[in-house]
Write a protein that binds this ligand. Sequence first.
Ligand code: MLT
Ligand code: ZN
Length: 245
Amino acid sequence: AQEETEDEHEFSYVPGDEHGPAHWGEIKPEWAACGAGRMQSPIDLSHDRVSLVRSLGYLRDSYRPAQASIVNRGHDIMVRFSGDAGSVWINGTSYALKQMHWHSPSEHTVGGRRRAMELHLVHESAAGKAAVVGVLYDVGERGDALLSALEPAIRRIADRGDHEEDVGVVDPRGARGTASVYYRYMGSLTTPPCTEGVIWTIVKRVRSVSKDQLELLREAVHDDMENNARPLQEVNGRDISMFRP
Ligand code: MLT
Ligand code: ZN
């Protein structure tokens, strides 16, 4: 199951901090994978490691609008679905969409290039296996439709750590675009407990978020959490696949 961090002050993103990313694995025994894991996320999707795997096929989903709440977890803003928001299909298994949240700057890099923001769509199978779809954003003229719809709610929960409130029906369709080209690799959660066995899908097409939307997300979390991107982790010989029609 998707584990929640009970106290958002237990870890930070500040590099030199005693609760910073280099020490997450020492903070609690249950977080050991953050330090000792060999298949951690995020990583750089470097061009020379990526192999085309046509058999991956198109990323298929059955997303639909569903009842949700919005939560300020202190380290990020999350939309949690209480209703059935549909699923993605990966290797014949259905992974139900549970929650979405944002990191800035992006956690994954492609060919060494970091983007302004990364949306994570977190899914879980009936057997409790996690699959996360990541969408990268650059700051541009055009705002993001999903964020536009959520702006008033995000403003209401700004700076209120641990606060959760109902936002009615949220539509996840369109959140990841067509995603016809994507990367796939095996990794972990990017926050403690850094659990491994997560199937990662990173959409190649970079989308656009407005400067104001990005600012709003950053200002809504705790002061020391404005940068909520975990540093890049070792690839350790993992395969990185890419699907392209
Ligand atoms: C992740 O995307 O790995 C997360 O930030 C973990 C989470 O949602 O708690
Ligand atoms: Zn995430």
